[in-house]
Ligand binder design. Structure first.
Ligand SMILES: [Zn+2]
Length: 179
């Protein structure tokens, strides 16, 4: 008892330490840990060899590039004609126009594309500069065939495209994609 009384002054600091430690554990138990969420990133692996194989594969379905190559194959292009950035919709339209040429002139006819995005003298806001227009040579066709071709192209391409029979010195068939 004498011992206890002698060290009574220690009670205050012991209680203080106990309060601090208790408080610490109390708060710790209240703080919820941030749940660990694992974010899975879908791994996209580009296999160059697989890609090259798919390019060489036969009987592959036509993709965008395939339609573009078909257009180049089914037409001749005037020197300097730039079609590399032609919009995919215009590739399809071009094929359709080639089909019209075949209907009018026979299946062996090879149409000539005289302009894509290349000629610097189109109107300022010409669709040619947006890779959304093509010009076809028609001056070598008899007049009645030109008319037949233009009408057929307008009919087949429908409302998404504008087909113009540009007359005058540089007569040609102009096809453009509408917005
Ligand atoms: Zn044009």
């Amino acid at each position: 008892m004498q011992f206890f009384v002698k060290h009574l002054y220690l009670i205050a600091p012991i209680l203080a330490i106990a309060a601090v430690v208790g408080g610490y554990f109390f708060l710790k138990s209240k703080i919820k840990p941030v749940p660990h969420v694992e974010i899975k990133h879908e791994e996209i692996v580009f296999d160059a060899e697989e890609y090259l194989r798919s390019l060489k594969a036969k009987n592959k379905p036509f993709n965008q590039q395939g339609v573009h190559l078909l257009l180049l194959k089914r037409t001749r292009q005037k020197e300097g004609v730039y079609l590399e950035s032609l919009l995919p919709a215009m590739d399809s339209a071009g094929i359709e126009v080639v089909h019209c040429f075949h209907k009018v002139m026979g299946d062996d006819y090879v149409p000539v594309i005289t302009s894509g995005n290349d000629y610097p003298y189109h109107a300022k806001n010409s669709k040619h500069y947006m890779n959304a227009a093509l010009d076809f040579r028609i001056v070598n066709l008899p007049m009645n065939k030109r008319r037949e071709l233009v009408e057929m192209a307008q009919l087949r391409l429908g409302y998404r495209f504008r087909v113009l029979w540009e007359k005058g010195e540089a007569e040609h068939l102009h096809v453009e994609l509408l917005e």
